[in-house]
Write a protein that binds this ligand. Structure first.
Ligand SMILES: [Zn+2]
Length: 148
């Protein structure tokens, strides 16, 4: 069992260059400030929505949403940890459900990151292992029935 984080692709601080550039008059500065605040809020919401999509789909496997912000309050990334369980050979059906949840959660945002695709891949590998185990258990069951 291990935790992996969904991370939002880092976008460098757009808009920051505008900050404090022209100290023309107070009005211009105020409107620049307002634009910066707006961009900052928009960016934060983008990151938050992305992470929220992961979290909602992850159910009990998901951790808390963490938004990373720099000292200017610019959200440069975020993550939600998800627990990928190991294969439960006694109950591969349960593992199968969990693997499906991992895949669904990884692909939940409309803009999955490279890391999200990676996590989905791990979910698929677990799903394959669970399916294999389900077949294996069936065979063992049949053999036991025959010898009984
Ligand atoms: Zn993501």
């Amino acid at each position: 069992m291990f935790n992996v984080g969904f991370s939002y692709p880092g976008i460098s601080q757009q808009g920051q260059a505008n900050q404090g550039q022209g100290a023309q008059n107070q009005n211009a500065q105020n409107s620049q400030q307002a634009k910066w605040q707006e961009a900052k809020q928009k960016r934060y919401n983008e990151v938050y929505q992305h992470e929220l999509a992961h979290k909602n789909a992850a159910g009990s496997l998901g951790g808390n949403i963490v938004i990373e912000q720099d000292s200017n309050g610019w959200a440069y990334g975020g993550h939600v940890n998800i627990t990928i369980p190991g294969l439960n050979t006694e109950n591969p059906e349960e593992t199968r459900e969990q693997a499906l949840t991992v895949i669904k959660s990884a692909m939940a945002p409309s803009d999955p990151s490279g890391q999200d695709y990676k996590v989905a891949g791990e979910g698929r590998a677990l799903l394959a292992a669970a399916n294999e185990q389900i077949e294996k258990n069936k065979t063992v069951g049949n053999k036991l029935d025959i010898s009984a």
